[in-house]
Design a protein around this ligand. Structure first.
Ligand SMILES: [Zn+2]
Length: 83
């Protein structure tokens, strides 16, 4: 594989450090950070599962929803707002 003719400088999604991405798929500066990101993804999955349960419990006839229910329904998170 020939070396890329351009450099992709990215900000690590975990620690915020700038680093040179070796491939288009590189999102983290180090294996350590990708591990942390992987763990965060797992946590996120669990969180989504919990939100799903909240959504299932919301009665369809309800006129209003609570904040946690709205959060579960629309899945608004800090990450969504930032990306
Ligand atoms: Zn990093």
């Amino acid at each position: 594989m020939p070396a890329a003719k351009f450099e992709i400088v990215r900000k690590c999604k975990v620690c915020g450090e700038l680093f040179k991405a070796k491939t288009i798929e590189s999102w983290y500066c180090s294996p350590r950070c990708s591990k942390i990101a992987w763990k965060r993804n797992k946590d996120e999955e669990l969180r989504m599962q919990k939100l799903d349960e909240v959504v299932k419990k919301i009665p369809k006839s309800k006129d209003y929803i609570t904040v946690p229910e709205a959060y579960a329904l629309f899945g608004i998170s800090k990450e969504t707002l930032c990306s």
